[in-house]
Design a protein around this ligand. Structure first.
Ligand code: 5CA
Ligand code: ZN
Length: 409
């Protein structure tokens, strides 16, 4: 699939700091020191509804990871998937009486527009589940042939007991895993499974549902976790730097992905850091397509809200925190954007060299965006109150805010 156009990332004087980031698997901070090319996989959307502020917040976090790396003069190899066939997508298409392919294409197109408007850097490889099927089938065959998968009434399940590291991404209790498995696409109640948590790798063709040639697996469609493993291993290989997503992907999705990869390669973990963004809520509940309590990026854009303000609203929260979207959050962001734009539109101002270093320090410190925004606020306040004589400062602030925060002033 094609991704979306990249906005320019201005080069800043000097060099950024290495990223220290919270890793879910170890439960602590890791300092990432990638080679000249940093590798990141971010789980993409299931395209059955428009991009809401929760999605946008999660993609914003991983956009910042890349901006920190780019500022250290590294290249970034970024892969993202689109879960363009899965139960919730098929269910929505049936509910609305529309073709599932058309639904996925329409919502993916809208996602690209939203990402472009928000100046999110595009992945180099943007891969749909459907186009990944030829790569998924041989992986499932290998898992089955290695004894890490088994058949149940034509469906192929992964055996979590095949992975000695199972549980070491989420570190959740057995009880919580069981609960979340049922809630997030698993089928712990299905009789005949070796372990109730075992996830499906390949679902045999069902009446009225799309299916593909699965070679020795028979016709069917892929499970969710193997989709991301196949795409990540194909385009990044084992041991890439970051796997990212919202905290609702910790279990089962990222846990199972690490297990699939372990069983395939003998290595653990698949990613050096498992990084998870907090959940954005609306009216006290997690914003989710299934609940329908949504604020859409595209709706705000249609209402004339500047995407830079939407981005500033996202940045005003620390990525790991759960937070609530309110009109006030957006209002504050609009006001801040106005203050910053006024401050950089003067011919000179107070020196911004220290500000650039403050931004670098804040972002490298587990993406501390509230501290980063406060630093720009201080510079803007000083500019308004006293001004300054450095005629390179407003331009430098503008470029730094663009390069490091993705906000065009
Ligand atoms: N296609 C799969 C990943 S392979 C999927 O989870 N798709 S999704 O459309 O449901 O979610 C896309 C991303 O947005 C995921 O990283 C998910 O964790 C994140 N996300 C979903 N809802 C929220 C929310 N309310 N707040 C923050 N992030 C969210
Ligand atoms: Zn995924």
């Amino acid at each position: 699939m094609h991704a979306w156009p990249a906005s320019e990332v201005p080069a800043l004087p000097g060099k950024g700091r290495d990223l220290r980031i919270h890793d879910t698997a170890t439960g602590g901070r890791v300092t990432l020191a990638p080679g000249p090319v940093a590798r990141i996989y971010v789980c993409g959307i299931t395209p059955y509804d428009a991009t809401h502020m929760g999605h946008a917040a999660t993609y914003n976090a991983f956009d910042l990871v890349q901006r920190v790396w780019l500022d250290t003069k590294r290249q970034v190899h970024y892969v993202q998937n689109v879960t363009d066939v899965d139960d919730p997508l098929l269910e929505r298409a049936i509910r609305d009486g529309i073709d599932w392919v058309g639904l996925a294409e329409r919502e993916t197109a809208l996602f690209r527009e939203d990402m472009t408007a928000l100046r999110m850097l595009p992945p180099q490889h943007y891969i749909g589940a459907v186009e990944a099927i030829p790569g998924i089938v041989p992986l499932v065959e290998r898992l089955r042939d290695a004894g890490a998968a088994y058949e149940l009434e034509g469906d192929i399940y992964f055996s979590v007991d095949a992975d000695p590291h199972f549980g070491q991404v989420s570190n959740y209790t057995a009880e919580l895993m069981r609960h979340l498995s049922a809630e997030r696409g698993g089928d712990p109640e299905r009789p005949g499974k070796k372990n109730p948590l075992d996830p499906m790798l390949w679902m045999a063709a069902r009446e009225g549902e799309p299916s593909w040639d699965g070679a020795s697996l028979g016709a069917g469609r892929p499970g969710w976790h193997i989709e991301c493993v196949a795409i990540a291993l194909d385009h990044l290989g084992m041991g890439f730097d970051v796997q990212g997503g919202g905290s609702d992907l910790i279990f089962p999705h990222h846990e199972m992905g690490a297990s699939h990869a372990q069983a395939l390669t003998g290595e653990f973990p698949m990613a050096k850091a498992y990084v998870h963004a907090g959940m954005v809520a609306l009216d006290g509940e997690k914003m989710s397509k299934s609940r329908g309590n949504l604020v859409f990026v595209s709706k705000l854009r249609r209402d004339g809200v500047d995407p830079a303000a939407i981005r500033l609203a996202l940045l005003s929260h620390r990525y790991r925190d759960d937070w609530e979207w309110t009109d006030q959050v957006l209002q504050d962001a609009l006001e801040r954007l106005g203050r910053w734009r006024a401050a950089v539109s003067r011919p000179d101002g107070p020196s911004a060299d220290a500000l650039v270093e403050e931004l670098r320090e804040a972002l490298s410190d587990d993406l501390d965006t509230p501290t980063a925004l406060a630093a720009v606020d201080r510079w803007a306040a000083l500019q308004t109150a006293e001004g300054g004589t450095d005629d390179s400062a407003p331009g430098l602030v503008s470029r730094a805010v663009d390069a490091l925060l993705g906000v065009a002033l």
